[in-house]
Design a protein around this ligand. Structure first.
Ligand SMILES: [Zn+2]
Length: 86
């Protein structure tokens, strides 16, 4: 595969909110999905907490993030990962 068409870990973490929210193009969505399916521990190993903070901030622009919103985003990430691993 062309390396330019593959997402790396930092891109995945950086763009996970767009991915979860369905804001990406079909091509980008596929790129992220492929990466997550090949790179199981990606979010865990690559600053998941930092990514979460960025996501929460983008979602409600408040600090600190409300626990409910944090849980909601975690649940969505978990759902996506379960869907990919099945
Ligand atoms: Zn990765």
């Amino acid at each position: 595969m062309n390396p330019e068409e593959r997402a790396d870990c930092s891109e995945v973490v950086h763009r996970i909110y767009e991915y979860l929210d369905g804001e990406m193009t079909e091509q980008d969505t596929r790129k992220i999905a492929e990466h997550l399916s090949e790179c199981g521990p990606c979010l865990k190993e690559h600053d998941l907490d930092q990514a979460l903070k960025a996501l929460v901030k983008r979602a409600c622009n408040c600090e600190p993030a409300p626990e409910a919103l944090r849980m909601q985003i975690m649940a969505r990430i978990t759902t996506v990962r379960i869907e990919l691993s099945e």
